[in-house]
Design a protein around this ligand. Sequence first.
Ligand SMILES: Cc1ncc(COP(=O)(O)O)c(C=O)c1O
Length: 245
Amino acid sequence: MQNVMAEQQAYSDNSLLLDAREQNVPRGVVTAHPLVIERAKGSEVWDVEGNRYLDFVGGIGVLNVGHNHPTVVNAVTRQLGMVSHACFQVVAYPGYITLAQRLNKLVGGDDACKSVFFTSGAEAVENAVKIARAHTQRPGIIAFEGAFHGRTLLGVTLTGMSAPYKQNFGPFHGDIYRLPFPNPLHGISEVDCLKALDQLFAVQILPERVAAILIEPVQGDGGFLPAGPAFMQALIASLRSTAFC
Ligand SMILES: Cc1ncc(COP(=O)(O)O)c(C=O)c1O
């Protein structure tokens, strides 16, 4: 009885659980806030001690409809009741195909387009690089300063921030080239970035050796910086004037 009570107390105390986390989970996975949450709803979370908080983070911007939205809960529950996992490489299932159809329509409009799904952002980025290299038969990949592309080795190679992501993990992948990202706070204009592209093609890699350019339309970890439609269009125009396209 005493053991059960001690266990119950341990699971309803932030600091006891965080001590257990310290001993059992590596410090490489940081936890920014000293809270252990038990449940969530919409834009609110409750910790194991029953304290209620407004969630300004939303799983780092991925919970666009909030926590436990009934439509999402119903869809997940329904799917689990039908097929929980099949592995698309083994047998197809309708959700994969219809999601691809919807995305292709959204992204490609009337152009023919295809989609493939992966488990994480880093895996998607890695595969995008593989596909670009295989399709173009070129090695070079251009990424931006301040970029975040994931925690796998190619992900951190592409990431444009030394701390904390790249410390002690080298040597990194080859044939990755870096451009500045527009950042008015640091005095880096869109024109500076376009000049840097010309310079990169002049001194580091010919445009016809570049397979892909990876850019976040809005950098998150890099400082919540938008690239802006005008810059994106100018970048595409610059690339179209070279042998990259
Ligand atoms: C732009 C970008 N690329 C890649 C990733 C990596 O995603 P994951 O953590 O799912 O591997 C993230 C994650 O925040 C991201 O914001």
